[in-house]
Ligand binder design. Structure first.
Ligand SMILES: [Zn+2]
Ligand SMILES: [Zn+2]
Ligand SMILES: [Zn+2]
Length: 238
């Protein structure tokens, strides 16, 4: 019996309201026209055809930024495509995403570690923050970032204390260390593509192909292949 079949039986026996869905493989597609009808199933099937993907490869498409936060004259926006298989996700990343006859850049969705909007510490969000004072993400002063008046040449990082960049900078050595740590518990992060049995997908962002790091987990991913998540029926995620 396949793992998926076994899990389906488990769900049935455990609770009839539980269903099984594959884990999605998220791809960021850049600069979609804001008029694209991403919630429309027919539109999604057209995108699948244009990209020569099997039917139902795209589970859903969401805008990254809430629509209400757009500028009034904004014409393009980034979206997250939740793909049902690793191969379909890789196809978009390798060959770009064709949407409305345009080829758009597509990349694996690698979310950054959470940084508290109040105190700039990584690992939690402002709602959970216990620090009393605000710390500015531009100049490290004790005020909200939104009320910062420091000129651009007086940035200072609240985390590594170095002048020249703010706490939101992707070049901050403290941030880069946090990202590296994340790779340790989420090894697939270091890869540009979703790892499959195809060795082409085994190229790391930061090392040549020959160096065979993490072979153990990679074998595991390749063997378990597309993994599954148990979800409750009718919670809007299924
Ligand atoms: Zn905080
Ligand atoms: Zn400031
Ligand atoms: Zn810094």
């Amino acid at each position: 019996m396949k793992v998926g079949d076994r899990l389906v039986r488990f769900c049935e026996a455990w609770e009839s309201s539980a269903i099984l869905r594959p884990n999605y493989h998220e791809v960021v597609v850049e600069s979609l026209l804001v008029e694209t009808m991403i919630e429309n199933a027919y539109e999604r099937s057209c995108i699948e055809k244009a990209n020569k993907l099997p039917a139902n490869s795209i589970a859903q498409i969401c805008w990254i930024k809430p629509i209400e936060k757009r500028r009034s004259d904004q014409r393009y926006a980034h979206a997250i495509f939740s793909m049902n298989s690793r191969e379909a996700a890789n196809k978009l990343i390798l060959h770009q995403a064709i949407v409305g006859s345009k080829a758009l850049r597509a990349r694996k969705n690698k979310s950054d570690p959470h940084r508290c909007a109040k105190c700039n510490v990584f690992g939690y969000i402002a709602e959970q923050c216990k620090v009393e004072h605000d710390s500015c993400a531009r100049c490290a002063g004790r005020h909200r970032t939104s009320s910062c008046t420091a000129p651009d040449d007086q940035l200072q990082c609240a985390n590594c204390k170095t002048p020249g960049h703010g706490a939101a900078s992707r070049d901050c050595p403290h941030f880069i260390r946090k990202l590296k740590k994340r790779v340790q518990w989420e090894p697939e992060r270091a890869y540009e593509l979703f790892v499959t049995r195809d060795p082409e997908t085994w190229v790391r962002d930061d090392a040549p192909l020959k160096e065979d790091f993490n072979q153990g987990w990679r074998q595991e991913v390749a063997n378990s292949y597309n993994t599954w998540t148990i979800v409750k029926r009718g919670n809007g995620q299924g």
